[in-house]
Write a protein that binds this ligand. Structure first.
Ligand code: PGA
Length: 215
C-alpha cells in the first residue's frame, strides 16, 4: 500500500516568520501519525526554519542558476532541506502563465536534484505524457473546489483519481486538493485511489491541520 501523503500548502498566507514559528512549535509537540507522511509547504522565506520537519516549496524554476531575477532553483531548495516541491498549481497556471510545458521542465529539473514534484492537475487531461513513468506525486485539484468551500464529493474524487491511476499506474500517489476540511478529510481519504490530501486554507490553523492529519 502507498503511504498516504498529507501536504499543507500555506500559499502566500501565513507568511510572517513569527506565526510560522508558533505553528512549528505546536506541530513539534504533537504526536504525528507514523503511518502517514506529513509535509508543510510554506512561503520560500519561511523554509529555513523547518529543520527536520518535512517541508517543501510551492514553486521553483527549472534552470540551476543564472540571470533569472526573482527565481529560485531546485538546488537552492535542496540546500534548505526541501524534499518536495509543488509544481503547476492552478493559481500559478492562472496568474503566472504556467503551462503543461513549463510544468514538464520543472518536473525534470526537480527530479534531477532529488526533489519529489507534487504536480497539480485540474483534470485528467493535464496528466500529459511528460509526466508518465516518473516518480512524482499527482495532486488532483478541480478549480471549482479550490478555496470555495465546495470540496469534491468522495465519489467524484475517486472517479477522477481512478482515471488518473489508469494513466500513471499503481506506484504513484494521487492526492486530492480543494476545500479539504477536518469534516470531509476522512471520507475523501477512505477512497481507494485517494492517497492523500493537499490542504490549503484548512492547513493555516495548526489545530485544524493536526485534526485533519490524524495527530
Ligand atoms: P484550499 O486550497 O484547501 O484552500 O481549497 C487547496 C490548494 O489550492 O492547494
Amino acid at each position: 500500500m502507498l503511504k498516504p501523503l498529507l501536504v499543507a500548502n500555506w500559499k502566500m498566507s501565513q507568511g510572517r516568520i513569527a506565526d510560522g514559528a508558533e505553528y512549528l512549535k505546536t506541530l513539534k509537540q504533537a504526536q504525528l501519525p507514523a503511518d502517514r507522511e506529513i509535509v508543510i509547504c510554506p512561503p520560500f522565506t519561511s523554509l529555513h526554519m523547518f529543520g527536520d520537519i518535512p517541508h517543501g516549496a510551492q514553486n521553483m524554476y527549472w534552470e540551476e542558476s543564472g540571470a533569472y531575477t526573482g527565481e529560485v532553483s531546485a538546488m537552492m531548495l535542496k540546500e534548505l532541506g526541501c524534499t518536495y516541491v509543488i509544481i503547476g498549481h492552478s493559481e500559478r497556471r492562472q496568474h503566472f502563465g504556467e503551462t503543461d510545458e513549463t510544468v514538464a521542465k520543472k518536473v525534470t529539473a526537480a527530479l534531477a536534484h532529488g526533489l519529489t514534484p507534487i504536480v497539480c492537475v485540474r483534470s485528467v487531461e493535464e496528466v500529459t505524457p511528460a509526466l508518465m513513468g516518473k516518480p512524482i506525486v499527482i495532486a488532483y485539484e478541480p478549480v471549482w473546489a479550490i478555496g470555495t468551500g465546495k470540496a469534491a464529493t468522495p465519489e467524484h474524487a475517486q472517479e477522477v483519481h481512478a482515471a488518473i491511476r489508469a494513466l500513471v499506474g499503481d506506484q504513484i500517489r494521487i492526492i486530492y486538493g480543494g476545500s479539504v476540511t477536518a469534516d470531509n478529510a476522512a471520507s475523501l481519504m477512505a477512497q481507494l485511489d485517494v492517497n492523500g490530501l493537499l490542504i490549503g486554507g484548512a492547513s493555516l490553523d495548526v489545530i485544524t491541520f493536526l485534526s485533519i492529519i490524524g495527530a
